[in-house]
Design a binder for this molecule. Structure first.
Ligand SMILES: NC(=O)c1ccc[n+]([C@@H]2O[C@H](COP(=O)([O-])OP(=O)(O)OC[C@H]3O[C@@H](n4cnc5c(N)ncnc54)[C@H](OP(=O)(O)O)[C@@H]3O)[C@@H](O)[C@H]2O)c1
Length: 357
C-alpha cells in the first residue's frame, strides 16, 4: 500500500547544484533542500554542492551530511569548460548561485556554462537583497548593484538564445533579518552594546527576511510544475515581515529588559558619503575588478550604501519596500508560512545570551 508521501506530486526538476552552500545564505538554502528531502523521502532533490578547491569557507567535510548530497570542487568559478563538463556529467537541471556580493561577476562564466551544458533549465542568480530590478534607481542609489543587474541581462539573453530552455529566478529578500541581528554592529545594530543607528527617525517601513524563509522560498519555486513555470524569468519578492527600526529596537528592549542608546543617521548623508567613498576608490570599474578576501569581503563604502537603501525608504528609491506594491509579494503564491517578528527577536536575544530573566 502506498504511503501518504508516495502521493506527493513528483518534482519538475530534481538535480540541483548550489554554489556558495558554504556561505551565509547558501547554507540556509542547502538546509531547506535537506529538510524537503527528510519530509519527502519518495521525491527527493539530488543536491550537488559546488565549491572551490581554494575555498576559505567550511570544507566539504563540515557540510551537514545527508544522502542525496555530493560535494564537488573546482579551481575557479570562471573556468567555463570545466563547469560545463561538470554540469553535463551530473545532468544538473538547476543552478542556484549564492556567490559572494563582490564575486557576482563570476556568474557570467556560470551562465555561459549553463547555456553550453544543454541540461540546465533554471538559474537563480545571487540576488537575495534589495529590489535591483529598476535600472534608474540602481544607477542613482546603489551603482555597484548594476553588477547584479548585468547578470539578469545576460540571463535574459541566454533564455532567448536557448529558445526559452534556460530560465531564471531572482529572489529578492530585503534585509537578512535573524542573521544580521546577531552580528554585532551590522547595519548599525549592536545588541551586546545596546546601541543602534537609527535612520531618519526609525519609522520607515522595510522588508526583512529570516534565513530559513529564504531557503523555503527557493525550494518552493521547484516543488511543482506550476510554481516552476510561474517563477520563470521573474524577480520573486519575499519577506518574513515588513517592519521598522523602531519596532525592532522596542522588541530588543522588551526581551533584554534594557534600553538601547540610539544615534540618529541621515539616510541621504549616509548614502552620499558611501557613494563618494566608492567613487574615490575608482567607482563601478573598481567594484567590477574588486578581489574580495575573507578580511575585506566588501568594497569600502558599499555596506553603508546598502544600509542606506535597506532602511532609507522612498528617499532612496524605495528598493526595500516592495510589499507595499500591488502583488509585490510572492509569499502566498509560494505557500510560505507567516513568521512572527517577536519570536525572531526573542530568539536572537536568547542566542546572544541576553534574554532577561
Ligand atoms: N539582504 C542582505 O541583508 C544580505 C546580506 C548578505 C548578503 N546578501 C547577498 O546574498 C548573496 C550571498 O551573500 P553571502 O553573504 O551569503 O555570501 P558569502 O557567504 O560571503 O559567500 C558565499 C560564497 O561565495 C564564495 N566566494 C567567496 N569569496 C569568493 C571569491 N573571492 N571568489 C569566488 N567565490 C567566492 C564562497 O563559496 P566557496 O568558498 O564554497 O567557493 C562563499 O561561501 C549576495 O548576493 C549578497 O549580496 C544579502
Amino acid at each position: 500500500m502506498a504511503s501518504s508521501s508516495d502521493k506527493t506530486p513528483s518534482l519538475p526538476v530534481t538535480k540541483i547544484m548550489i554554489l556558495g552552500a558554504t556561505g551565509n545564505v547558501g547554507s540556509a538554502i542547502l538546509t531547506a533542500f535537506q529538510s524537503h528531502n527528510t519530509h519527502n523521502p519518495h521525491h527527493p532533490f539530488h543536491i550537488t554542492v559546488l565549491t572551490r578547491t581554494t575555498s576559505h569557507a567550511k570544507t566539504a567535510a563540515q557540510l551537514p551530511p545527508s544522502s542525496n548530497l555530493q560535494v564537488l570542487a573546482i579551481d575557479t568559478y570562471t573556468n567555463t569548460p570545466t563547469l560545463t563538463t561538470l554540469l553535463q556529467q551530473h545532468n544538473i537541471e538547476v543552478l542556484i548561485s549564492t556567490i559572494a556580493t563582490f564575486s557576482t561577476n563570476d556568474q557570467e562564466h556560470l551562465i555561459s556554462a549553463c547555456v553550453a551544458s544543454g541540461t540546465v533549465t533554471r538559474f537563480f542568480p545571487s540576488e537575495f537583497g534589495l529590489d535591483t530590478s529598476d535600472r534608474g534607481k540602481v544607477e542613482t542609489y546603489l551603482p555597484f548593484a548594476i553588477l547584479k543587474q548585468e547578470n539578469v541581462d545576460l540571463l535574459r539573453r541566454a533564455s532567448l538564445s536557448t529558445n526559452g530552455k534556460l530560465t531564471w529566478t531572482a529572489i529578492i529578500t530585503g534585509a537578512f533579518f535573524d542573521w544580521a541581528l546577531t552580528i554585532p554592529g551590522l547595519f548599525a545594530m549592536h545588541i551586546p552594546d545596546m546601541t543602534a543607528g537609527v535612520i531618519d527617525g526609525g519609522d520607515i517601513k522595510y522588508e526583512a527576511t529570516n534565513m530559513a524563509q529564504i531557503g523555503r522560498a527557493v525550494v518552493a519555486c521547484l516543488t511543482s510544475q506550476s510554481r516552476f513555470d510561474e517563477t520563470a524569468n521573474q524577480y520573486v519578492n519575499i519577506n518574513s515581515f515588513t517592519t521598522t527600526q523602531n519596532e525592532v529596537i522596542a522588541l530588543i528592549e522588551k526581551y533584554t529588559g534594557r534600553s538601547m542608546t540610539r544615534s540618529p543617521i541621515s539616510a541621504k548623508e549616509l548614502s552620499e558619503s558611501a557613494l563618494a567613498t566608492i567613487e574615490r576608490d575608482g567607482g563601478i570599474e573598481a567594484c567590477r575588478a574588486y578581489q574580495p578576501t575573507p578580511e575585506m569581503p566588501y568594497v569600502p563604502g558599499s555596506t553603508e550604501g546598502i544600509m542606506a537603501c535597506l532602511f532609507g525608504g522612498g528617499a532612496l528609491g524605495g528598493m526595500n519596500q516592495y510589499s507595499m506594491r500591488e502583488n509585490g509579494l510572492w509569499n502566498d503564491r509560494l505557500g510560505l508560512p507567516r513568521e512572527d517578528i517577536e519570536e525572531t527577536v526573542k530568539s536572537a536575544v536568547e542566542r546572544l545570551g541576553m534574554l532577561k530573566a
